[in-house]
Design a protein around this ligand. Structure first.
Ligand code: ADP
Ligand code: ZN
Length: 672
């Protein structure tokens, strides 16, 4: 006897905002992966639940079960639907993220090539500090959903807290998930986990091959491995029997994905923990103001570790005012120091090297110089595709840092044909060159996106730092994250001002975080804590004042007061519409249409009346990769209505003109 025909709601892997209805006689449950007909094609899909027949359209049959994909549990289904809803993204495309890129390997033979997780010797755990044991005990009081914010200064031993909590999770027969920023996912970090948990860990990051990623995915899904450590996308791997989520460096902007599903992995992890009813730990030395505010309001449990382990001090921080240092200037000229190097920093480098210790110099700008300008007519080399100036690299290469356009610099200005192009400003490459000249006996290395082009080069650099085969490391913020070098005792920040004037309400927060994280690399293994020298033209900048005293809560209070006044997060919620168009006219037309649609909705529905629509305006990066950019910012007192408002403004998008793309970004991080 044939089973009865039934209707099911299905999330199809296609750009559709709603689920579709299909029919079948098979007993496939919600969460099953199936293949369905869509137009003339066959498409991946996931069954969401029961559907209903309709007289309005023809309902097609599901083609088949996709047996290579395991079914999704109902909490994960619920979470994927939340993601789609909250971040205004097609639900079927969200579900695609749940599965590994390839099919499971049928043969049992495992590849003998370099293992994703290298074997290391197990290490006994250290005795916990008083602060660590207190935090661990407090967190372990909770076995159900609770968001814990672990605010521990750099070097306070947050990783040890995670390790103990994970041990306890495994003891309870559950699994753990640890998210870290991509760049911090180095062998340094992985070995610390491997030294405690041996071969129980799996790792997921963007540099793995599709085959490696698929194998790691299955090793977790099958229960073979117990702890998954990964960058943001690891959150989508359905870990069975998950008992704890850790989000390290929770403030990191890298947790936000800037394309397709524009999710924030920290926020999404909190929602997952809530649905699974398990605890989640967010760790940072510089918590995001969103998390800090939630902790102050009692929505998160706050745990603090104010001191470094083993009575090691925090580094001493000295700020050098570059403006009116006349005496120093004369002295510098005498010693022939490069213009960017203060006498003080110079002396400290000499002292540090003479103690056989290491130096790191940070500057958040690659290349020789960020601007090349004609001293006669003021002409500036600009990227033809983007509204920004070209950066000089090497002797003559001009490079766009957004689209990688390159051209050669001429000897004579291409505009006035008289002047000579001159470099303005400073980049890491210039610093490296100057250091090589100034410290011929020292080994100098550079870490920025030009030098560190792959995971291997990053790992190689870290190994060299660990073995003290590098004396002076010059780099961008790339190296400020999570690294722990025994001999690194002096950190110099060449120009703190680089991040101060970015047109973004979070620029002060970013500067504070960066200053603190960079300082945090210094002196982690010496009793005196090492030294940090910050050079700046704005010594009174808020982020510097508070970074100097390392007083996070004073800084947070100060910044929160400003946010409150302007109704910026965490006090209001933001969403951005970005319009990317072939011509400026197309762009502004679409952006204005978006604004009109928004105003119309506000007038029609009372629930939307509290939403403010700011713009449309040209984006700060008005042209990128040959496309013109406009944006609209939406501000609302709460998130509940914002996503549905965005969804309704978009409608079915059939009104968007050809040659134009509209992107929605809920809780945007990047406002450029
Ligand atoms: P954080 O992540 O808070 O900056 P880490 O977890 O990297 O700090 O710890 C800093 C250093 O202190 C590491 O080298 C770590 O091995 C060491 N450490 C952590 N906890 C202890 C402890 N209880 N006793 C001794 N050393 C510890
Ligand atoms: Zn460009």
């Amino acid at each position: 006897m044939q089973a009865e025909e039934r209707f099911v709601k299905v999330a199809v892997a296609a750009p559709l905002f709603t689920a579709l209805t299909y029919k079948t006689r098979e007993p496939w449950a919600a969460g099953s992966s199936v293949i369905v007909p869509l137009g003339k094609r066959h498409t991946q899909a996931v069954i969401l639940g029961e559907g209903a027949s309709s007289a309005d359209f023809i309902i097609k049959d599901i083609v088949n079960l996709n047996e290579s994909r395991p079914p999704l549990d109902s909490p994960y289904l619920k979470w994927f639907e939340w993601l789609a809803d909250y971040y205004v993204h097609p639900v079927g495309l969200v579900m695609e993220l749940a599965f590994p890129p390839l099919n499971k390997k049928s043969s049992k033979r495992t590849s003998k090539k370099s293992a994703v997780v290298k074997k290391v010797d197990l290490l006994p755990a250290p005795n916990l500090t008083q602060e660590q044991s207190q935090c661990i005990a407090n967190i372990l009081n909770f076995s159900e959903f609770e968001t814990h914010l672990l605010h521990g200064v750099t070097g306070s031993g947050k990783t040890e807290v995670y390790l103990r909590l994970l041990e306890e999770t495994l003891t309870r027969g559950q699994r753990g998930l640890v998210l870290v920023p991509e760049i911090a996912l180095t062998p340094q970090l992985i070995s610390r986990f491997a030294a405690r948990f041996g071969d129980k860990i799996a790792v997921l990051h963007s540099q793995l091959t599709d085959r490696e990623r698929t194998n790691q995915w299955w090793s977790i899904y099958s229960g073979d491995k117990k702890i998954l450590i990964g960058a943001r996308s690891a959150l989508f791997c359905p870990v069975p029997n998950l008992g704890l989520i850790v989000v390290d460096e929770e403030h990191e902007p890298g947790y936000k994905q800037e394309e397709k599903l524009r999710y924030n992995a920290r926020d999404s992890a909190i929602m997952l923990a809530k649905i699974l009813n398990i605890p989640i730990v967010l760790g940072s030395a510089t918590p995001s103001l969103e998390s800090w505010h939630n902790a102050q309001a009692g929505r998160y449990k706050l745990h603090v570790m104010p001191s470094r382990v083993s009575d090691r001090k925090l580094p001493s921080i000295e700020i050098i005012d570059l403006r009116n240092d006349r005496e120093a200037k004369r002295e510098k000229a005498r010693k022939d120091l490069p213009h960017w190097l203060s006498e003080k920093l110079h002396e400290n480098i000499i002292e540090t090297l003479s103690r056989r210790e290491q130096v790191a110099l940070f500057l958040n700008r690659r290349g020789i110089a960020p601007t090349i300008l004609c001293s006669d007519c003021g002409y500036v080399y600009r990227c033809p595709n983007c509204a920004i100036s070209l950066t000089l690299h090497g002797q003559k290469d001009l490079v766009c840092h957004y689209c990688d356009f390159t051209m050669l610099m001429q000897d004579i200005c291409p505009s006035c044909q008289i002047g000579e192009p001159k470099s303005l400003g400073l980049g890491t490459e210039q610093i490296e060159q100057d250091m090589i000249k100034f410290f011929p006996g020292a080994i100098i290395a550079r870490a920025d996106r030009d030098e560190i082009t792959s995971r291997e080069t990053l790992e190689d650099l870290i190994t060299k730092m660990e073995r003290h085969e590098i004396d002076i490391l010059v780099g961008t913020q790339m190296i400020a994250k999570g690294l722990d070098f025994t001999k690194l005792t002096l950190v110099g920040l060449i120009l703190a001002d680089v991040g101060f004037n970015i047109p973004d309400f979070r620029s002060t927060e970013r500067s504070f975080q960066l200053l603190t994280q960079m300082s945090g690399r210094a002196g982690r293994h010496v009793p005196h804590g090492g030294k940090v020298i910050i050079q700046t033209y704005n010594p009174e900048h808020t982020s510097l004042e508070f970074a100097k005293t390392a007083d996070f809560s004073a800084y947070a209070n100060h910044e929160l007061a400003i946010r409150k006044e302007l109704l910026y997060p965490p006090f209001g919620k933001l969403a951005a519409f970005r319009v990317i168009a072939r011509t400026p006219q197309l762009g502004i037309n679409t952006a204005e249409k978006l604004a009109r649609r928004g105003e119309a909705l506000k007038n029609k529905y009372a629930q939307y009346s509290s939403i403010q629509i700011l713009g449309p305006t040209e984006a700060p990066l008005a042209k990128l990769r040959g496309k013109y950019r406009f944006h609209l910012l939406l501000k609302a007192p709460s998130s509940q209505i914002l996503s549905s408002f965005c969804r309704q403004i978009l409608g079915d998008s059939d009104w968007v003109a050809a040659g134009t793309k509209v992107q929605v970004d809920v809780d945007p991080i990047n406002l450029l």
